[in-house]
Design a binder for this molecule. Structure first.
Ligand code: C2E
Ligand code: CA
Length: 548
């Protein structure tokens, strides 16, 4: 059997490619031999002598191990002669790479298994050129030598290309992509090279380019992308965003360059879409924080909402001084992030959809709290914030009813505040949901009222019980130059009186503002002058003082 393992053909094949690895096993002894390139790349011993192979399975990605075991077992159990599967294996750098693994079981003259041999092909090394655009792939960029490079490198992304795929389908989108690439290549000089990065992104190498030249080129690409003719003669207006990095006698490796460009492009796409930004440590810092916040938010959610807490801010009777209720405001602390505020973490939850789960927790906690306080302190309203997309979630109303039943809450004591009402794009659907919710006795408040020109439109279309006037209007009302703000508040209050809507004025920060606002006769006041949002024990102390 040694001839098989030490065959010259083995050495010849083993040496033939840097992305194909070969192996052979003597089934009777368990003696396995790998090609030298596999030994080097995967950091495995050149030979192993085991009945049951254990070296290789340890290299396989945990998510892929079952697929591998299933396939290889059917070969060892004699159900098939061929091993054929794709999985990820860890290389010497600790990175997983996709490989295609093929092998054949050979039998001796007695029909017994004798040799198992085959090869593993690295899939990431295979395609040098992208089929659709004809551009060299990112693997080519990874293996390009750019040490000592001077100039800039740009990562160009087509905005919302996924939507084009959804609207027109893959085939059509691919043709459009190829068209854009052709136009792009025509704009570039011969020494400037483009690589296809991923989906809708391209790496452009610009030797000896300054930042200024890079900005100019981006502007030209932007204008070019505005007029892309489709196969059927229509013009599509694409928006593009880009990140870039300036390199002088480059010492960074290709991986780090891509990481920086990709991170910066992600930042541009969510903060400055349609523009170009150069990599900076500030952007990197912001992106790293965002990723940490996202990660720790998920950990908290998976850990039974550990780190989430509700704070409470009182609603004061505008015709007296007593506390009539409160708004529940979400707070969160992660494992390392201790200073995140709702303006940071709520939009993240809204974007990744986790606001649905967290919103249910908020609803449940607020209702539980209301029933507890009502028993202790008598009549008391609690409001909580609900994002637009939460209302639209299937089963929202049912969940609301179940939860109020569970805690024995009187529905009329709960107020649901629709945050960012200016973002509502299907008011008709939302109006139906509001009607259903109000039919069951709950109250609805339109939050942040007065901001965004759509407010009045929303008031017309959405049935609501309360209007909350945005604090940014109110805070500085006592200072000079705020006559228009005052007029707006006055007219909102008048309008609400006519519509029999209650008005809550937020942002009452000091006595002067309090005096002015009380003069306008709204229903409730909320603001730092009375109390900042505070934790449950502090709020209870305030309620007790208030009751005495
Ligand atoms: P919002 O609903 O408009 O909440 C009022 C915000 O104004 C609160 O900020 C509150 O602390 C602040 N505020 C109250 N009185 C004053 C004042 O006198 N002066 C000033 N300058 N500010 C005042 P917070 O707690 O940081 O919440 C920010 C936003 O986060 C909320 O705005 C709301 O849109 C959102 N949010 C908070 N909790 C939740 C939640 O449970 N679910 C959802 N979907 N959104 C929430
Ligand atoms: Ca609110």
């Amino acid at each position: 059997m040694d001839e098989v393992l030490n065959n010259v053909l083995f050495d010849a094949f083993a040496d033939a490619s840097d992305s194909v690895y070969i192996y052979v096993t003597d089934i009777k002894t368990g003696h396995t031999r790998w090609s030298q390139n596999a030994v080097d790349f995967f950091d495995i011993p050149k030979e192993s002598f085991e009945d049951t192979p254990s070296v290789w399975p340890k290299k396989i990605h945990p998510d892929d191990i079952d697929t591998y075991i299933k396939d290889i077992s059917s070969v060892y159990e004699g159900k098939t002669n061929h091993h054929n599967c794709q999985y990820r294996a860890k290389n010497k750098f600790g990175k997983y790479v996709w490989i295609q693994c093929n092998g054949t079981m050979m039998y001796d003259e007695n029909g017994e298994k004798s040799v198992f041999a085959g090869m593993m092909t690295r899939l990431d090394k295979q395609s040098k050129y992208d089929e659709v655009t004809g551009l060299p792939t990112k693997n080519e960029f990874y293996s390009a030598d750019i040490s000592g490079f001077n100039g800039t490198i740009m990562l160009l992304g087509i905005d919302k290309f996924k939507r084009v795929i959804n609207d027109f389908g893959y085939r059509y989108s691919e043709e459009l992509l190829a068209k854009i690439v052709k136009k792009l290549c025509n704009m570039l000089k011969s020494e400037q090279k483009v690589y296809y990065f991923l989906n809708d992104k391209f790496i452009i190498i610009l030797p000896n380019y300054s930042k200024k030249q890079t900005f100019e080129l981006f502007d030209n690409i932007k204008s070019m992308a505005k007029y892309v003719e489709t196969i059927d003669g229509n013009i599509i207006d694409f928006s593009v965003s880009a990140s870039a990095i300036e390199l002088i006698d480059n010492t960074l490796d290709n991986d780090s360059i891509i990481d920086r460009l990709d991170m910066t492009l992600t930042y541009v796409k969510s903060n400055d879409r349609g523009n170009i930004r150069f990599y900076s440590e500030t952007i990197e810092g912001k992106q790293l924080r965002l990723e940490t916040v996202k990660k720790e938010l998920n950990e908290s959610i998976n850990n039974n909402f550990e780190g989430f807490e509700l704070f409470y801010q009182p609603w004061i009777n505008a015709r007296g001084k007593e506390i009539l209720g409160c708004e529940a405001l979400l707070r969160w602390k992660g494992k390392t992030i201790k200073d995140s505020n709702p303006m940071e973490f709520i939009p993240i939850l809204e974007e990744n959809g986790k606001i649905i789960e967290v919103g249910r927790w908020v609803m449940e906690t607020a209702m539980k709290q209301q029933s507890e306080w009502k028993k202790k302190y008598g009549n008391f309203k609690v409001s909580f914030n609900v994002s637009y997309r939460q209302f639209l979630e299937k089963g929202y109303v049912e969940n609301l009813l179940e939860t109020s039943k569970k805690y024995g809450v009187e529905n009329g004591d709960m107020v649901l505040e629709l945050t960012e009402s200016c973002k509502v794009d299907t008011p008709e659907r939302l109006a139906e949901i509001f009607t259903e919710i109000r039919k069951n006795g709950f109250k609805i408040a339109l939050d942040d009222f007065g901001t965004g020109y759509a407010s009045m439109e929303m008031l017309k279309k959405l049935p609501a019980d309360n209007i909350k006037i945005e604090h940014s209007f109110v805070r500085e009302i006592a200072l000079d130059g705020h006559t228009v703000d005052l007029a707006i508040i006055k007219s909102i209050i008048n309008l609400c009186n006519m519509l029999k809507c209650r008005v809550i004025v937020e942002g009452v920060e000091n006595k002067e503002v309090d005096d002015i606002i009380r003069g306008l006769e709204p229903d409730y006041l909320q603001g730092y002058y009375y109390s900042r949002p505070i934790c449950k024990p502090e709020f209870e102390k305030m309620l007790e003082d208030n009751c005495r």
